[in-house]
Design a protein around this ligand. Sequence first.
Ligand code: DC
Length: 211
Amino acid sequence: MSFIIAIDGPAAAGKGTLSRKIAEAYGFQHLDSGLTYRATAKALLDAGLPLDDEAVATRIALAVDLGGLDRTALAKHQIGEAASRIAVMPSVRRALVEAQRGFSRREPGVVIDGRDIGTVVCPDAPVKLYVTASPEVRARRRYDEIVAGGAAADYPAIFEDVQKRDARDMGRADSPLKPASDAHLLDTSEMSIEAAFRAAKTIIDAALNRN
Ligand code: DC
């Protein structure tokens, strides 16, 4: 059976970097489930289709190819915003959750990160982490990332976006962002990525020893 590490948390909490590091260290495959929502949103935007038609968005979601998810091509802020809008639609979620569950069966194990992996997609995962950081720290990290990439950034606007995205992800009726009752909380506000990885490793190794 595949060993599943489920990692959830709000936008810009550092789950992506942490997930990739864990997958590499354990030789597991990694899926950033946010990319499946982003790929659906981008396909809609590219085709000039509406973002508020659940039947249309579901048809697109059913055709998303997990092998063709390109993080760079899907990174744009506007795509993330659109993804967050279609992610409130139950039948879009059903289509993408089905694809994510298919991925979760890959041997020898997987790391899947997102918003509802430990609560809905893989509720039986032996390791669940909820990675978070204060909204100020997350906005600051996003700001530094943009500036490091050579672009201009506006901290107050980014901070407002982080708060808006949190409200939408945590406030939706279907599969809202929240820690699973058996998730380990990892607040990275004052933690380096190395420190977060060490904390995660202790939790994962203990679960692997139990298995
Ligand atoms: O993590 P991200 O920024 O790439 O995610 C984009 C949007 O997709 C996010 O605002 C909410 C949605 N999402 C979701 O609803 N469930 C997931 N498991 C992953 C992402």
